[in-house]
Design a protein around this ligand. Structure first.
Ligand code: FEO
Length: 162
């Protein structure tokens, strides 16, 4: 049986991951609207990954005999000024998620819930990748500057994500 506080935080994390999926879907829609289909594809795939993250928490709660409690998903931002601004927002969001995973890990350790701590280890590692991916695209966009050619090349590169 899961500790009550851990269960509540795990349920809250389903919401965080579902919101992440929604946020990246909003970014995909925005990139489509500004004719950057490669960036949009990258965001669509990212959104699917976030849904998979939410489902990992969902399945873990069920497996531990806890009750899944779904809350309303907040409306994400729908517009960004530039691709760089959107990816900076994505990176800031991933930093927020990393902090959330840290909080969940600290709580699991505090109540000696080793199963939850072991489960969270995957997310600790995943967040290193999530931040690195977003940051590398931020850096490429900074390098691209005002070059439309560089932006279109990056759009082709990101569109290859599957
Ligand atoms: Fe589920 Fe992008 O962290």
């Amino acid at each position: 049986m899961m500790d009550r506080k851990v269960l509540d935080e795990f349920n809250a994390q389903i919401n965080e991951e579902a919101f992440s999926a929604y946020l990246y879907l909003a970014m995909a829609a925005w990139f489509e609207s500004v004719n950057l289909p490669g960036f949009a594809k990258w965001m669509r795939v990212q959104s699917q990954e976030e849904t998979a993250h939410a489902m990992k928490f969902f399945s873990f709660i069920v497996e531990r005999g806890g009750k899944v409690a779904l809350k309303a998903i907040a409306q994400p931002t729908a517009k960004w000024k530039t691709p760089l601004e959107a990816f900076k927002a994505a990176l800031a969001h991933e930093e927020h998620i990393t902090a959330r995973i840290g909080t969940l890990m600290d709580l699991s350790i505090a109540v000696k819930d080793h199963a939850s701590a072991s489960f969270l280890k995957w997310f600790v590692d995943e967040q290193v990748e999530e931040e690195a991916h977003a940051d590398s695209i931020v850096q490429k966009l900074v390098l691209a500057g005002d070059s439309t050619g560089a932006l279109f090349m990056l759009d082709r590169e990101l569109g290859a994500r599957s």
